[in-house]
Ligand binder design. Structure first.
Ligand code: ZN
Length: 246
């Protein structure tokens, strides 16, 4: 689960706010009035006011609002892509492709608003654990420094990978286009966490249980789902419990 680390109030308030249960598109309009959460702790945010255009968390101050998850469907992906602003760079929508054998796309999430565009996004996946064969989850996050979504999913208190990051040799590789990007292991409880930097944006891969990190023994190739003309036949599964505020 995407658990707020402190208090259950905010999380509880999201129960029943399932944008996917109606079976209809979960596009931008569906999200416009949905409660946004803090990407760092999951608390419900205070909306912008006439005096401030920023969303505020009681604990973390001004943050980029994390919208309820978009369903694992083409409509859900389109809903996420509609939040992107053409006049902002935004962050990649990273998808491991080809998917690991037996894995499915399990939903999308984004942080940002109509003013800022998407400053962090997450793609959730689910499939068999390569070690032991039980169920496993993965979330791939791209974010601008300081947003904190990847660190929250990784179970960290920091907004970024934290002190000591990259002090040891890189242990995994992400590939995009013709380029390889080193990934470092990030110490975290109960899950396997890898992080690196791609073009000034954090890339996080968080896997549950920790043994599913074995998927990163081989270099992992990524696609940016924002890129046109890919025409990928994405296999969609059930929505991931790892995504926020379903
Ligand atoms: Zn917060």
């Amino acid at each position: 689960m995407f658990r707020p680390r402190t208090g259950k109030t905010a999380h509880t308030s999201h129960q029943g706010n399932t944008l996917c249960h109606s079976g209809v598109s979960v596009g931008q309009d569906s999200h416009r009035h949905a409660p946004a959460a803090c990407p760092r702790c999951g608390r419900t945010l205070h909306e912008p006011t006439a005096w401030s255009s920023a969303w505020r968390c009681d604990w973390h101050g001004e943050v980029h609002p994390l919208l309820p998850a978009f369903s694992p469907s083409r409509d859900g992906l389109d809903g996420l892509l509609r939040i992107y602003r053409p006049d902002t760079a935004g962050v990649p929508v990273w998808l491991p492709w080809p998917l690991p054998a037996g894995w499915l796309v399990a939903g999308f999430a984004g942080a940002g608003d109509e003013r800022t565009g998407v400053r962090a996004c997450a793609v959730a996946l689910a499939g068999p654990n390569p070690l032991g064969g039980g169920p496993a989850d993965m979330v791939v996050v791209a974010e601008e420094p300081g947003v904190g979504l990847g660190a929250a999913l990784a179970g960290l208190d920091s907004v970024d990978p934290g002190a000591g990051f990259a002090s040891a040799p890189a242990i995994a590789t992400a590939c995009f286009g013709k380029h390889d990007f080193p990934l470092w292991h990030v110490e975290s409880p109960d899950r396997a966490v890898f992080a690196g930097e791609v073009k000034g944006r954090w890339l996080w891969l968080v896997l549950w249980p920790d043994t599913a990190g074995a998927l990163l023994v081989e270099p992992i190739a990524l696609r940016d789902l924002r890129d046109p003309g890919q025409d990928l036949d994405l296999p969609f599964g059930a929505v991931s419990p790892r995504l926020p505020a379903r």
